[in-house]
Every structure is written in C-alpha cells, then in structure tokens.
Design a protein around this ligand. Structure first.
Ligand code: FAD
Ligand code: N01
Length: 531
C-alpha cells in the first residue's frame, strides 16, 4: 500500500511527488502519457506556447531550478516548457516513482479500511491512504459534433493530441476548425506552410498581442524573479503586475483620452494583464464595451480586408468572459493570399465529406483537417474516471447537477481525495496556473501531514462547508460578467453539461487566505476521524 497515489505527471503531479516524498511518504504517480509534462506533452501543435510570461510560469519553489534553468523567450514554446519539465523531473529524480503509459480507470473508497483502491485500464490495482487527482483542467479533448466528420478521408489532427513527429503541411490544402487559444496560436504557423488554409470560425474571440521577445540574463536575476513572484502572489490573476492608481479606478469614471492611453499602454505591454487595466472591466458592461471597442479598432487596423476584419470582431459576449487569447501574427495571417476565413455565423458547416467541408452548398476541398475544438474542461478528466466514494457514491452522481467541491480541493462523500488546481471552485484556470498549482500542492501536502500528526486516518469535507463554498463561488461569479458567455468556464462547449460557472473568481490572494484560514483552524469545514 502507498501513502499517496497521484494521477497525472504535469506541473501538478511533479510538484506533488517532490513535496510528498520530502515528507517521507511513499508515493506512486500514474500517468497515461509516456513522459512527464501533461499539457506540454500532449499539445505539440505548431505555435504552441504559454501565454503567461515564462519566468512566472516556471516553478518558484526551487532555488536549484532557478540556478540551472534559463528561459529564452518571454513566452516559451511548448518544446521549451517540455524540456523544462523534463529538467525538473531529472533534477529531483522524479521518474523512479512514476508509472508511465498507464491510464487510471477507477478509484474506489473502502470506508472500513480507510483506503482507496485505484484501478488502471490495464487491470492493475494499487491501494493508498490518499489519492490526489492531478489530472489537469484542460486535458480531456473534446471532439466536435459535426456531421460526417468520421468520413473525412485525409488525416485529422487534434491540437490537443498532436503527433510527436510533427506534421508537414507544405503544399497541402488545410482546414482548421476552432479559433480559441489553440487555433489562434496554430493558424499563423500553419498559414506559413500550407498551400491553402481555410479557417472555420464559429465564434470570433477577443485576442491581445503577446509582445513576445527574447530574454536576457537580467530576466533571471534572483531579485528580479523574487519581485515578480511576489507581485504575482498579490495579483488576483497571479500575474506580476505593477498596479498604478489608474488601474485601481473604474474605466467609466475616466475621460476618454486617459482611458484610451491606459488601454494603449497595456496593449503595447502585451499579454493577459490587459484585463487588469481598470477595476470595472469584468464587472461593468459599459466598461467592458469600452475595451471591446478598443480591441475592435485594433482588428480593423490590422486586417486589410474590411469584410474579413468585421467577421473577426467578436460580438455577443463580454471581453474576458471567454478566456482571452494571446496572439503572435494571428490577424496578419488573414492578410495572406493563401488564407481564407469561413465565418460559420454566416454559413454554418453542413457536413464534412471524404474530400472536404461543405458550407453553403459548396464543398471546400481539404487534404488535412485540424481540430482546435477544445476540451471538456475542469470536470472532464475527473468524471472520465469511475470514482466511487462512501457507500459507493459515484462522482458523476454527486455532480449530476454541476460540480460541487469544498475550496475546489475536496468533495463531500469522497474522503482522502484531493484535486489540484483543476478542481471546479478554485481560481486555478483564472490565474497563472503555476501559482495556483503550487498553492494547492502546498496546502494538500500540509493537510496530509496534519492528518498524520493528529493520528487521524481520514479527512472529509462536510456537506455544510461544501454547500457554503459552492454558494460563495456562485455569488462571486454572479457579480461579474463571466456567466454571460457560452464558455468552457460554464461548460457550454459540452452538450448536456450542467451550466455552472465553475472557477472561483474571488482572486488568488483572497482564495489563498481562505485556504490558509481553514488550515489554521484545524481544517475547518472538514471532518477528521481516526482510521
Ligand atoms: P496537466 O498538465 O493537464 O497534466 C495532467 C496529466 O494527467 C496529463 O499528463 C494526463 O495525461 C494525466 N491524466 C489525466 N487523466 C488521467 C488518467 N485517468 N490516468 C492517468 N493519467 C491521467 N496555463 C497557464 O497558466 N499559462 C499558460 O500559458 C497556459 N497555456 C496552456 C496552453 C495549452 C495548449 C493548454 C491546453 C493549457 C494551457 N494552460 C496554461 C493550462 C495548463 O493546463 C496548466 O498551466 C498546467 O500545465 C496544468 O498542469 P497540471 O499538471 O495540473 O495538468
Ligand atoms: O479550446 P477553446 P482551445 N464547429 O474551447 C470551436 C488554454 N490554452 O483548445 O467558441 C465549429 O477555447 C469553438 O467555437 P465556439 C486556454 O485556457 C491556452 O483553443 O464554441 N467550431 C472555439 O472556437 C484556453 O481557453 C493557450 O463557437 C467549433 C474552438 O473550437 C483553453 O486552453 C493555448 C466546434 C475551441 O476553443 C482551451 O483552448 C491553447 C464545432 N462543432 C489553449 N466545436 C495559450 O495560449 C468547437 N468549436 C497559453
């Protein structure tokens, strides 16, 4: 029997393994992939990179890693992040406790023995006192329901499970379906290679420029790094950002020139902090429309053909309520002769045929189909596992009407089970994920130590604490514009998924304090019992 079984070997699973082992616990990590990396193992599409500054995205817990690793660009490529996570695994000799190529099919709680039995798809069983699901927030790809898609005769590539050997699109007629973050990153790179690229856009997204650039040794200076990390800890989104007096004001209260100057400054700075520009951008429709119009004007300037520009301007949902995309040369791709935008709002896809995609009665010939169609986010990887808690309660039953967690970390009825940063009810996906992952892992490992030190064998969130947290997450979400978009944050991209705004929007610092307080009060809201 292990003390802890961890499922997943991405950022979360790797740090968990390191921390739990440091505590002297026996740990086994089970990972479906053949290597470490999680997101960065699977998503190898052209153009894939982080959209949080790499120096902030890398782990903060290890002076050793700070000393031995250098990021080369502001936004590291997928290859570089995967190299980094391999370096983390090497540095801490993590692979010896990871079983690769092993997908977990189920986990069943034995109340009498106070232990979990974890079952793999291969039929192996492991027992453990605790299980931590480090299965990822965006790790369960979602296939689009498009008539005829299975009949396509050429190769179909999912951005989320891209072939390791890469794909050469030279001379090919390529179709990309999907214009979320993955599509926005892949499209300019595919456009550079393909003979012809059709981009099938159902919803135009709000996109801000990356402002990518090379990094120097100064960017890795220990004091600079420490300052950035401290700034990230204080920011609701976990991003290093020097708030000015202006950023604490409401956009609607400022003269237009002053407001536009700040939008312009943040636009030129590049990246996700665009949404930190003013206090009211994500809560007041009027302020949100101001930033929407600012972005629309940028699109009009970047895209030469006014009709194409108009189709690329998002409408019908607030800026930021769907995950903001960050681009390198996205709009410029539509100025190329070999790229054509197909606006599915005007002409929906009728069907995929063996030789192409039929739209408005015309078949567009296609050699290669690229699906950048997203994920069953937050809950997908968890509900794909047959998790059974007390009295055989299935997680899918407990979450029938939407996910319910305490702090995004635990679920009532499922003792000694934790989820990392992916748990609905946590701020993870609204933050620089590394910040949330480290905080979650630290909290979970402290919790396991506390249970052991108290001579307890079992910890479970109470229904009451969970109900209060779920209500709090909903209430805070409802004060914002987030629930108004059909986003993966509310599960709208998966037919039949209950519509619930899943992440906690209270911000990283508030959430961290809340978690710390729960721990300081002897894990308030949890029921601890001897084994
Ligand atoms: P993951 O990296 O998703 O790892 C989960 C692992 O669990 C996977 O390896 C998976 O194979 C494994 N697993 C799942 N289910 C099972 C099972 N049943 N059995 C065995 N193994 C299983 N976040 C940011 O903050 N900044 C970014 O710039 C950013 N860029 C992103 C780009 C892309 C393309 C995507 C998809 C996501 C991005 N994210 C970003 C979010 C990203 O997922 C997190 O930053 C982070 O990598 C999550 O790490 P994780 O270890 O929690 O999960
Ligand atoms: O997925 P998405 P993603 N017909 O769900 C379209 C992170 N990430 O992989 O909006 C036609 O955002 C769908 O259209 P619509 C980041 O958190 C980060 O791009 O549903 N189109 C949409 O355009 C991100 O939010 C980076 O109308 C269909 C697209 O497919 C998250 O991962 C990079 C369709 C899916 O967009 C997910 O991003 C990549 C259909 N039947 C990912 N079904 C960084 O930059 C779906 N679509 C760091």
């Amino acid at each position: 029997m292990f003390d802890v079984v961890v499922v997943g070997a991405g950022f979360s699973g790797l740090y968990l393994l390191h921390r739990l082992r440091e505590q002297g616990l026996s740990v086994r990590v089970l990972e479906a992939a053949d290597g470490v990396g999680g997101t960065w193992y699977w998503n190898r599409y052209p153009g894939a990179r982080c959209d949080v500054d790499a120096v902030e995205y890398g782990f903060s817990f290890s002076p050793e890693l700070d000393r031995t690793w250098r990021w080369d660009e502001r936004y590291a490529t997928q290859e570089r992040i995967l190299e980094y996570l391999d370096h983390v695994a090497d540095t801490y000799d993590l692979r010896r406790d990871i079983t690769f190529g092993t997908r977990v099919a189920g986990a069943t709680w034995d109340e009498g023995a106070a232990r979990w039995t974890v079952r793999t798809e291969g039929g192996d069983e492991l027992t453990a006192r605790f299980v931590v699901m480090a299965t990822g927030c965006l790790s369960k790809p979602k296939k689009p329901d498009i008539p005829g898609i299975e009949s396509f005769a050429g190769p179909t590539y999912f951005t989320s499970t891209w072939p390791h050997e890469g794909v050469d699109f030279t001379g090919r007629r390529v179709a990309v379906i999907g214009t979320g973050s993955s599509g926005v990153q892949a499209i300019p790179r595919i456009a550079e290679q393909a003979a012809r690229l059709h981009v099938f856009q159902r919803t135009a997204n709000f996109i801000v420029p990356a402002g990518n650039h090379e990094l120097t040794e100064d960017d890795h200076d220990p004091d600079t790094l420490a300052a950035r990390r401290a700034s990230g800890m204080a920011c609701p989104l976990g991003l290093a950002f020097e708030f000015t007096e202006t950023n604490l004001k409401n956009a609607v209260d400022l003269p237009e020139a002053e407001r536009t100057a700040e939008f312009e400054r943040l636009w030129n700075r590049g990246g996700l902090p665009m949404m930190l520009g003013f206090a009211d951008l994500l809560v007041d429709e009027r302020a949100n429309r101001m930033v929407a119009e600012f972005i629309a004007e940028k699109i009009r300037r970047r895209v030469h053909d006014p009709e194409v520009a108009a189709a690329l301007i998002p409408s019908g949902f607030p800026v930021g309520a769907k995950r903001l995309c960050v681009d390198i040369d996205y709009y410029e791709a539509f100025n190329r002769d070999n790229v054509k935008l197909v606006d599915l709002r005007a002409t929906p896809i009728e069907r995929v045929t063996p030789a192409g995609i039929q739209v408005g009665g015309t078949e567009i010939p296609v050699d290669d189909l690229v699906l950048a169609t997203g994920f069953d986010a937050l809950t997908g990887a968890l509900t794909a596992i047959d998790i059974r808690g007390k009295d055989g309660l299935r997680l899918t039953e407990a979450w029938e009407h939407g996910p319910r967690t305490y702090l995004g970390l635990c679920v009532a009825g499922f003792p000694n089970l934790f989820a990392v940063a992916a748990g609905p009810g946590s701020p993870g996906v609204l933050s620089n994920m590394r910040v949330s992952i480290e905080q979650h892992v630290d909290w979970i490992t402290d919790c396991v130590r506390y249970v052991d030190e108290q001579g307890m064998g079992r910890i479970e969130a109470t229904e009451q604490a969970q109900d209060q947290w779920v209500e709090h997450v909903r209430e805070v979400g409802d004060t914002t514009l987030f629930p108004r978009a059909n986003s993966w944050y509310v599960g709208a991209n998966v037919p039949g998924k209950p519509r619930v705004f899943m992440p906690y929007i209270g911000g990283v610092p508030v959430y961290r304090e809340e978690c710390a307080e729960v721990a300081a009060k002897g894990y308030a809201g949890f029921h601890l019992t001897p084994a």
